[in-house]
Ligand binder design. Structure first.
Ligand code: UDP
Ligand code: MG
Length: 335
């Protein structure tokens, strides 16, 4: 794709009416300072508040602001992907809308990119204003994921990062549905480095990542980057069979050679419940993989765009080659 500017900033938004204008102003201040051409690609992920209206107003006043409007809520990772699909910069920055990731860090990221790095990711050395539960589960998740996969996914990093165009293109060429972008960036390789930052409190509003979405993202990450959970079933099955086999000998010995045959079914029920529990949870693990395989097999587009504002005609035409044609179709034209 023709590079349309030096830097593209991709901002996914879901019900961010309270912050989005301030985010725009802070981003603009930083980007103007850089002295390079830029675009800000806002992706509205089916917000039900005034987010889209506010960004539409910004688009009318400032041509460097662009809006990709989804037909409904498709999720954060998909929204980021759509922003990358629509971006035309030599470098691309992914940043949350809520100012938890400081826009001022972009200048440092660009400096590292100029040194020859292809990916510069923000590493959170401190997380402010987040509950101990979120911090604990996040920390456990990053470490568990690391122990389960052969892809070297750095701990304590979010999606806040700068990428070279070639990394961005590599990522957008992967059309998998269960997306865990920071893992995909690690998988892609290239020259990577980090800059440290303190993750601030959300500027306004509340988190759009409730526990349900967090669990989903974690499962997507695990299943996309590891098949170890599947192997647990065989290891556990083997260990339990071995224990059962030994116990069988103990019971037979007691029956034939001693007077103390164990009575009662309480213990039997307990063991039976335990084993059924294990079997069912392992079936659940299988289900997670099979369900995702099924979703991928359907091959649906990742998202549908209802409207795209401030993109030039050529950029639109060259945006998505071949197999991604479906994503070009606005919902209006589908009917
Ligand atoms: N977001 C989104 N779609 C969603 C949920 C969140 O585009 O379904 C956006 C949200 O507007 C924000 C970013 O993703 O810009 C991160 O969300 P949030 O700040 O609520 O997550 P947290 O920082 O609490 O983990
Ligand atoms: Mg946030």
């Amino acid at each position: 794709m023709q590079k349309s500017c030096f830097l593209s900033v991709v901002v996914p938004m879901y019900n961010e009416e309270e912050v989005i204008e301030v985010t725009y102003r802070r981003l603009k201040a930083v980007l103007d300072q850089l002295g390079e051409t830029y675009e800000i690609v806002f992706v509205n992920d089916g917000s039900r508040d005034r987010t889209a209206d506010i960004v539409r107003r910004l688009c009318a006043a400032d041509r460097s602001v662009k809006l990709v409007e989804f037909s409904r809520n498709f999720g954060h990772q998909i929204a980021v992907t759509a922003g990358m699909d629509h971006s035309g910069g030599r470098t691309v920055v992914l940043i949350d809308a809520d100012l938890q990731d400081p826009p001022e860090l972009i200048a440092d990221m660009v400096a590292r990119w100029r040194e020859g790095y292809d990916v510069v990711y923000g590493k959170r050395i401190e997380r402010k204003g987040e509950s101990w539960f979120k911090k604990l589960t996040a920390s456990m998740f990053y470490r568990l994921l690391r122990s389960m996969t052969s892809v070297n996914i750095p701990v304590d990093t979010g999606d806040f990062r700068l990428m070279d165009r070639k990394v961005c293109d590599a990522l957008t060429s992967m059309r998998e549905r269960s997306r865990f972008i920071r893992g995909m960036v690690s998988w892609a390789g290239f020259k990577q480095t980090s800059v440290d930052y303190v993750r601030e409190e959300r500027f306004a509003g509340e988190t759009k990542y409730p526990l349900r979405k967090m669990i989903r993202l974690s499962l997507d990450a695990m299943t996309s980057f590891s098949t170890k959970p599947l192997k647990i079933a065989s290891v556990l099955g083997f260990v339990l069979s071995a224990v059962g086999f030994v116990y069988l000998f103990v019971v037979l010995y007691q029956h034939f050679f001693t007077e103390s045959t164990t009575q009662g079914w309480t213990s039997l029920i307990a063991i039976s419940l335990l084993f059924h529990g294990i079997t069912l949870s392992l079936l659940g693990v299988l289900g997670e993989y099979i369900g995702r395989t099924y979703e991928e097999a359907k091959g649906r587009p990742l998202y549908l765009v209802a409207e795209a504002i401030n993109f030039s005609e050529e950029a639109e035409a060259s945006r998505l080659p071949g197999h991604r044609d479906a994503e070009k179709i606005g919902v209006g034209t589908l009917i």
